[in-house]
Ligand binder design. Sequence first.
Ligand SMILES: C[S@@+](CC[C@H](N)C(=O)[O-])C[C@H]1O[C@@H](n2cnc3c(N)ncnc32)[C@H](O)[C@@H]1O
Length: 222
Amino acid sequence: MPSGKSRDEIAEAYKSEPWWYDLRGFFILTFAYNSTLGAQLRFFGPHYGAEHLEVACGTGTLLELILRWRKWKKLPRVHIVGIDYAESMLAGARHRFAGNPDIELKHADAAALPFPDARFDTANIANSVHCFPDVDGAFRDILRVLKPGGTLAANVLLYPRGPWPLKGIAGRINRWGIRKGILYTPYQQDDIRNRLVAAGYEVMSEDVAGNCYNVLARKPAG
Ligand SMILES: C[S@@+](CC[C@H](N)C(=O)[O-])C[C@H]1O[C@@H](n2cnc3c(N)ncnc32)[C@H](O)[C@@H]1O
């Protein structure tokens, strides 16, 4: 099912108006992932260390909501570096976070991060593993820039499961996403777990809800 698109073609496909990007994101979250915003906030929100890397931050819509959720939960302020390969997405994030001293934004490929080894305490990949053309390269390079004991939280779009008509709707959205270039491929849970372990992570916790695999993995401490 992979689209075979390059990272530049994928970045081109992410050149859309912010209102359309957000609306489309809502439909994909609801009908392809079969997930909710609340579930994403509860999964990603707690996993922000003092120095955090937000991989494929997009325009920062979700990141901004997570930061509000963290404030509401009285969790500590952290320093965040957000990276994305699509300049148009980053432009949206730069506008959104202008003047926010806690957030730095950089143009970068998830599989070739411009950071030294062991720079970050934590990293997240939200709603984006499905569009990386080199997911193993991304997992390896994120591991490199994490400190020993540092964690990676990721949610991964799975091949549609569950009852009719939800499975059929998710399948149609995925095929449309692949044609558009905003989806490279969905995954199977075991495939992602095996790739994380092969890259050198320890899987700490995992769960599947709807068509979404939430996984928390750690760079071994020693
Ligand atoms: C569906 S958006 C998710 C954005 C954000 N994390 C969220 O949840 O709202 C996927 C993002 O992945 C980015 N992306 C795709 N391939 C990438 C790569 N190789 N390196 C960095 N970012 C990439 C796209 O440009 C896009 O902004």
